[in-house]
Every structure is written in C-alpha cells, then in structure tokens.
Design a protein around this ligand. Structure first.
Ligand code: GLY
Length: 573
C-alpha cells in the first residue's frame, strides 16, 4: 500500500473556526500553566495517557483527549506543542512517522519523512577532489530536506475528531505567551549559541545577549505567526502563501535549494507496516524508508531460538547474543535499505525465518564476531529525534517518532517564520564509505536522488498481546533507535520487567561499523569485563535514547512511562 494523501475539503472547512471561538487552555492559572509545570516519570491512568519529551506537550495531549479528542487528536496537538516547547527535536521543519492501531484493529503507517529537493544531486556534498563535505550535509541551509511534518499532521486529521484550529491553539499560546525552560533546555540552547549565530541570516528567538538559565521564559512570536497561518489556511499555511515565501527567501539568503515547487509537491504517504511475531506477541513497526521495523524484526527473530530468559538480564551471554544480532542486522541496513519508491528493498526476504537462521550460522558463543568479516546477507537482491506514545479511552494506540535529525536540526531558523529546518540530508549516504553523523554507512540503496526520502532509523512500534492492544513504544537516538526498542521489548517479554525498568535499565549498542559496543555509564562492569575478554571493544558513551512507552495492564489501566534520561514526562486521566 502506498498512497498519497490529500486533505478533504470538509476538513479544510473545519479550519474556518476563528481563534476567538477557541477557548485558550494555556496561560497562568489555566489548565496548562506554562510558567509552572512538573515532570512525571511514571503513572497509571484509568482512561488515556501520553508520554512525550516534554511535560507541557504531554499535558496538551492529555487535555485534548479529556475534551473529547481521541489519540489522533492528541498526537497532532502534542506534536505541535513539542514544536514550540522542545525546539531541539519537536518541529514543523522536520519529518516523521506515525504508526497507529485503531480500536477496530486497522493499522495505519503514515510516512512524512523529509525528501531530497528536486535540485539535489548524488554528489552534491563532494568537493572537486571527490571528498565528502559533511559540514554541508549537517549544518545550514543545504542540509535540509523538504519538510514533511505539517503534511503528516494534516494526513492524520481524518482520523481525529476535533478541528485543526482547536488542536493548534495550545501551541499558538505556548509560542505567543512563552513558557519557562528547563535546566536541560537552557544548557542545550547555550551550547548551540555559536551555531545559531553562524547558520542564521536573521536574529532568532534562541539567541539572547545573556546566557539562558532554567526558569527563563522563551517566547516565539514568529513561530506563533506560522502556526496561526496554519490555523487559518491549513497545510497551505505552511506549504504555500506567506510561510512558503519566507522559506524560499531564507533559502535564497543562505544558498539552499528547497524551491516553491518542492514545497507544493510534498505529500505524506501511507506505508504497509512491518509485522512479525516474537514469543507469541504480535509486533508492528515501521517499514522503509525507515530501517527501524526491519531491524527490530531481524534482531528479535535472530535471538528467538535462544533461551534468552535463562541466560539472565545483561549477563555476558545474553548481551553477546544480542550484540551479534545487532551487528548482522546493521550490516544489512547499510547494503539493502533505502526509500522503497526508489530502491527495491527485499523486505520479505530480510525478515524471513530461513534467511535469519542462516545469518546466525556463524555466531559463536563466547567469541566476538568481526564486522569486516560479516557482510550484509546475500539476497536475491545528535540523535535529537523525539518520540510520543499515546493510548486513548477507546483503545486507539498511536506511536509517533519525528525528527529534525541533529539537535536543532540544521540550526537554521526560517527568518520571519520562527521554525528550525532539519539537517536530514545527512541521513542519505553522501558518499559510499563515508559515515553520517551517527557513524552509519550506506551505499547505492540510500544515495541521493531528487524526491527520494533518506533512510531513517525511527522505530515507532506497537505490540498486540493475546489479540489485544498492549503496548505503544519508541525513542529518539539516531542509529541507536532500533537497538533501544529491541532491548526494551526483550526486557519486557523475555526478562518480564515492568515498563519502567524495561525502559530505564542501561543499554548497549552495536551497529556493525564501527566494530565496537557502546554502553551507557551504568552498564554492569562485570559484564563489560567478560565481553572484553571475548574480544569485544567496549566504549562508554552518552545516554542511549529517550524511550516513551504506554501499556494497557490486565485491569485496563494505562501504565505510562517517560524515560529518565531527559525532561520526558507523562500525563493522563
Ligand atoms: N534522523 C534520524 C533518523 O531518522 O533515523
């Protein structure tokens, strides 16, 4: 299934509600107080829950459901709020994937990944000597793909109940009235200050004379203006009219290549989700142009034949098995995966039982594999992303991962429009053998072609247990995304952990190349030592992912967990 989506006229009519008719729920002393909020890491709710990267965004999503919206309404309103309160990854100028299971069992996979502009070309980031200039694919105007998020929000709208005008109002208020920033946000804005200055042609709301500190109010008037144009004109308020004009003027000032035609032609697409079973659970995840669904299917099927539970949680034996599954899956990613509209991805073969059994034939317990000897299988053929999980009172499950790519994307704010553009072009393979910002390699499958969508690792995932909706989960983290989801699922299913532990226990990551295992600071030292003795190169790194999950308990309650690794927070009722 692969369809372009158009917004029905009837939905556009619902935009005609004026802002005056929509009660504001955001403000001092109102239901959502942007000057006073707290982080909730874990809670159980009777009816509905949201887990996202920011307390205010989760509160917006929960309130929308309390006011009669469903999980799709909440997904739209939460993403819009994140575009304001979490500028490092929440976005209008990026892209994402929405995976949902409606209460009647229908699955929806919505691809609103950014695409290469028509003027992009395979070697656009190479200099005259053929050397890759990754500074251009990672920063500034040339790094941006055509934004997909706004098309994705409007493609979600047919599944929602409330008007877009109402869903966008909390974000408008948060941008216009401002909100107080967390310490983490203050540190992050301060450390990006030089880039904001270098890569912008106009002053931005993110730079002020003195340093940011926790409790400062961030007001984004220009962003509020863009959101208001979307409230009035729908998707045209972004891809056409004044906003499109501002994007093109920004491109001209900074020598970028996104054109009016690119914006006009962009559409979200429906994709058939990846489905597989693991120890009796039905797992559903995202298909190409994300690598995430195929990777978790491969990794989980590769370890399913082994009695993982009896090996014990994060013993050298269980970790080694999982590392070797990760190594093999990521080798396949580099060779076989790309946008299916431009590259024939052998999906069925890559996740077939027979292929995956063959992939593990050379697995040797107690001995490290060597990536240079483990190629992709032969077949007939800043990690600043953000995730939100939502379950509503009716049992609709929504899992959305959306991204600007690196923290604050290209660092370029569209002058006059107040939103950051992505640096997603770096997720293409800019040159075979040259790693992207996550160290991932790629080849022909993920080469730049105009209109093509760059390969992603985003892995919004759902789990069905005994035929009933059970879990919605996902995370940011660049190439670590599939391994984070893989490990959280193994923690839940094999090690029978509760959701809190499944998400917050230390993680490890192997992505084939570089041939090393990266581990979080609190990874067990004894296991590390044993793996080193087997020949693994172990390297400590910054926290892996910020996973948001919600599951339905047997008593019907929604158990919501927000990752300890950030400002992430849950809300519900
Ligand atoms: N930009 C991160 C990803 O899509 O995987």
């Amino acid at each position: 299934m692969k369809k372009c989506l158009f917004v029905p006229i009837i939905l556009l009519l619902s935009l005609s509600l004026t802002a005056q008719q929509i009660p504001s729920v955001v403000g001092k002393g109102k239901a959502i107080d942007p000057y006073k909020y707290t982080t909730v890491k874990k809670a159980s709710y009777q009816k509905a829950a949201v887990s996202s990267a920011h307390p205010l965004a989760s509160e917006v999503g929960a309130l929308i459901m309390k006011q009669g919206g469903n999980a799709f309404d909440a997904a739209i309103a939460t993403q819009l709020a994140l575009a304001v309160v979490y500028p490092a990854a929440g976005n209008l100028g990026g892209g994402g994937f929405l995976l949902a299971r409606k209460k009647d069992g229908e699955l929806i996979g919505l691809d609103y990944r950014e695409a290469a502009p028509a003027n992009a070309s395979r070697d656009m980031y190479l200099d005259e000597q053929g050397n890759a200039r990754i500074s251009l694919s990672q920063n500034g105007h040339l790094a941006s793909g055509i934004p997909g998020t706004v098309a994705g929000l409007f493609a979600t709208l047919p599944y929602a109940k409330l008007s877009f005008a109402r869903l966008v109002q909390p974000a408008i208020d948060l941008a216009e009235k401002g909100f107080i920033i967390t310490e983490r946000e203050a540190i992050s804005l301060n450390s990006t200050r030089e880039s904001f200055i270098r890569y912008n042609t106009k002053p931005t709301a993110f730079v002020k004379n003195e340093k940011w500190k926790a409790g400062d109010t961030l007001i984004q008037k220009e962003l509020a203006g863009t959101l208001k144009r979307m409230q009035k004109e729908g998707a045209q308020g972004f891809y056409g009219g004044e906003t499109a004009k501002l994007i093109i003027e920004e491109m001209q000032r900074g020598k970028g290549i996104i054109s009016l035609e690119d914006l006009k032609n962009y559409t979200a697409k429906l994709r058939e989700p990846i489905r597989f079973t693991y120890r009796g659970h039905q797992i559903i995840s995202f298909s190409p142009p994300s690598s995430g669904g195929i990777l978790i299917a491969q990794m989980m099927k590769m370890i399913e034949k082994f009695p993982v539970n009896s090996y014990g949680f994060q013993t050298a034996k269980s970790v080694q098995l999982m590392i070797e599954a990760e190594r093999r899956a990521y080798a396949d990613r580099a060779e076989h995966l790309g946008d299916p509209d431009f590259w024939q991805v052998p999906v069925d073969s890559l996740i077939s039982e027979s292929y995956l059994s063959r992939r593990m034939l050379d697995y040797q317990p107690d001995k490290a594999g060597i990536s240079s000897q483990i190629k992709a299988g032969t077949i007939a053929q800043s990690e600043e992303t953000t995730h939100l999980s939502i379950i509503d009172a009716q049992g609709n499950l929504v899992s959305v991962t959306t991204t600007l790519n690196g923290g604050y994307g290209s660092r370029t704010v569209v002058g006059g429009a107040g939103f950051l553009l992505n640096n997603e072009m770096d997720d293409f393979s800019v040159k075979p053998g040259v790693p992207n910002m996550y160290g991932a390699l790629g080849g022909e499958a993920n080469a730049i072609v105009p209109g093509k969508r760059m390969l992603s690792s985003m892995t919004p995932t759902l789990v069905i247990q005994n035929g009933k909706p059970y879990l919605t989960i996902g995370t940011p983290g660049g190439t670590t995304i599939p391994t984070s989801v893989f490990q959280a699922l193994v923690n839940l299913i094999d090690f029978k952990m509760d959701l809190d532990n499944a998400i917050n226990k230390p993680k490890f990551h192997h992505q084939w190349m570089p041939d090393e295992v990266t581990i979080e600071k609190d990874f067990l030292p004894e296991t590390k030592k044993q793996l080193e003795a087997m020949g693994y190169k172990m390297k400590e790194r910054s926290p892996i992912g910020r996973t948001e999950g919600i599951r339905i308990l047997t008593n019907g309650k929604r158990e919501a967990v927000a990752d300890k690794r950030g400002d992430d927070s849950v809300a519900g009722f």
